[in-house]
Design a protein around this ligand. Structure first.
Ligand code: GDP
Ligand code: MN
Length: 336
C-alpha cells in the first residue's frame, strides 16, 4: 500500500540483538513524528535525544507521518539511529488539505488579518492543515490503529534527562489520559471564537462533560471567558482511545463544522487541552515534572533530586514552570 511503508535497515547495519532491553511490562504505545522531508536534520537530533535518554532500553516503535512520501534518504538517515521498529506513513489528502466547503475568501481574509497583526504562522495554510490534522486525524491513521498510547515528538527538541521508568506504563497504571511538561497562554486572535463554540458544545452535549472537570484551568470566571491556558502539545504523551472516544469525536466534528481551523488558526494545543479539561478528571492529566524537555523557545528542567538522578543536561534555574505566562500554577491549584 502507498500509505504504509515499513522500513528495515539495510545490510550495512548488522542485527545487534536487544541485550540492554529493559525487562518488565510494556504498554501498547508508539512515538508519533509528523514531519517533512526537509525537517530531516531536526528529526535526527530529536530521535537521537529520545533514544539516548529513554528508548534505547525500551525499543518502542517510531511512526513517521507526512503529507508527502518520505524520501529514501530520509528513511536511511532515521534508520541508522535505532533498532526500534520504524514505519513511514503517508497522510490521506482528506485528513490534510483544506476541505472544499471552507469559504476560501473568508479564510483568506482571516489569514490577511492575522498577518497584519503579526501573529506567528498567521498567513500559513500548511500550518492550519497541521493543526487540524493533529486535532482530529493523526490517531485515525492506519499506522496508529494498533496502538493506544503515543508520545508526540517534533524536530529539534531536547530530552534532557535519563528516564529510569516507562512513562507509557505510568500513564496506564495511573489512569492518565493526557500529559504535559509545559503549559502557557495562547495568542488570543488565533482562537477568537473557539470558546464560543466550546460553550455552545457544552450546552448541546452536557452529558459529555465530566462532572469533576478542569474548568478552573481554562477559565478564571467559572467558564464565561477562556483564559488562554493550554498544554503545549509539541510534547504529548496521551491515550488515543480518549481522542477516539465518543465525547472527543463529537467535539472535533462540532469544531470542524465551525471552520475555525481555517477562518481563524485554532491550534491543536488549545483544542486538546480544552477537551482533556472538560472530558477527563484533573487527576487524569499528568505533569511530567521529571522529564526535562525543550522546544524553542521554552524548556522545562527538573530540579533537586530529579535533576541530579536524571543526569539532566539543563540548567535547573531555567525552567518555564513558574514564569509569568506559564499556566502550571493554575494546574497545580486544582489539587490544593
Ligand atoms: P511550531 O512548533 O508551532 O513552531 O510548528 P512546527 O513547524 O514545529 O510544526 C509542528 C509539527 O508539524 C512539526 O513536527 C513539523 O515537522 C510538522 N509540520 C508542520 N508543517 C508541516 C507540513 O506542512 N507537512 C508536514 N509533513 N509536517 C509539518
Ligand atoms: Mn515545533
Amino acid at each position: 500500500s502507498t500509505a504504509v511503508d515499513s522500513y528495515r535497515p539495510t545490510s550495512t547495519q548488522p542485527y545487534r540483538g536487544t541485550p540492554n532491553l529493559s525487562p518488565g511490562r510494556r504498554a501498547n504505545a508508539t512515538f508519533v513524528f509528523l514531519c517533512r522531508n526537509s525537517d530531516i536534520n531536526g528529526v535526527v537530533a530529536s530521535i537521537q535525544s529520545m533514544e539516548d535518554r529513554f528508548n534505547k532500553k525500551y525499543h518502542y516503535p517510531w511512526v513517521f507521518l507526512n503529507d508527502e512520501p518520505f524520501t529514501e534518504e530520509f528513511k536511511q538517515r532515521v534508520s541508522v539511529l535505532t533498532d526500534a521498529p520504524l514505519s513511514f506513513g503517508l497522510i490521506p489528502a482528506e485528513h490534510w488539505v483544506q476541505p472544499d466547503w471552507i469559504d476560501e475568501d473568508r479564510a483568506r481574509r482571516g489569514r490577511m488579518q492575522m498577518m497584519s497583526q503579526r501573529i506567528i504562522y498567521g498567513g500559513s495554510v500548511p500550518y492550519r492543515n497541521m493543526c487540524r490534522f493533529n486535532s482530529g486525524f493523526f490517531f485515525k491513521h492506519e499506522l496508529l490503529q494498533p496502538h493506544r498510547y503515543y508520545w508526540r515528538v517534533e524536530p529539534s527538541v531536547n530530552f534532557f534527562c535519563n528516564m529510569e521508568y516507562d512513562p507509557f506504563v505510568y500513564m496506564e497504571d495511573h489512569d492518565k489520559v493526557y500529559s504535559f511538561t509545559i503549559s502557557l497562554e495562547e495568542h488570543e486572535p488565533t482562537v477568537a471564537t473557539l470558546w464560543d463554540s466550546v460553550k455552545e458544545f457544552m450546552t448541546e452535549y452536557p452529558h459529555f462533560i465530566e462532572p469533576q472537570n478542569s474548568m478552573q484551568f481554562l477559565s478564571n470566571d467559572g467558564g464565561n471567558r477562556y483564559n488562554m491556558c493550554h498544554y503545549w502539545s509539541n510534547f504529548e504523551i496521551a491515550d488515543m482511545d480518549f481522542w477516539r472516544g465518543e465525547a472527543y469525536s463529537k467535539f472535533f466534528e462540532f469544531l470542524e463544522a465551525k471552520g475555525g481551523f481555517y477562518y481563524e488558526r485554532w491550534g491543536d494545543a488549545p483544542v486538546h487541552s480544552i477537551a482533556a479539561s472538560l472530558f477527563a478528571r484533573p487527576d487524569q492529566i499528568h505533569f511530567f515534572r521529571d522529564i526535562g524537555y525543550r522546544h524553542e523557545n521554552f524548556q522545562h528542567c527538573p530540579s533537586g533530586a530529579q535533576w541530579s538522578q536524571g543526569r539532566c543536561a539543563c540548567d535547573p534555574n531555567d525552567s518555564f514552570d513558574y514564569s509569568d505566562h506559564s499556566c502550571l500554577r493554575r494546574f497545580e491549584g486544582m489539587f490544593q
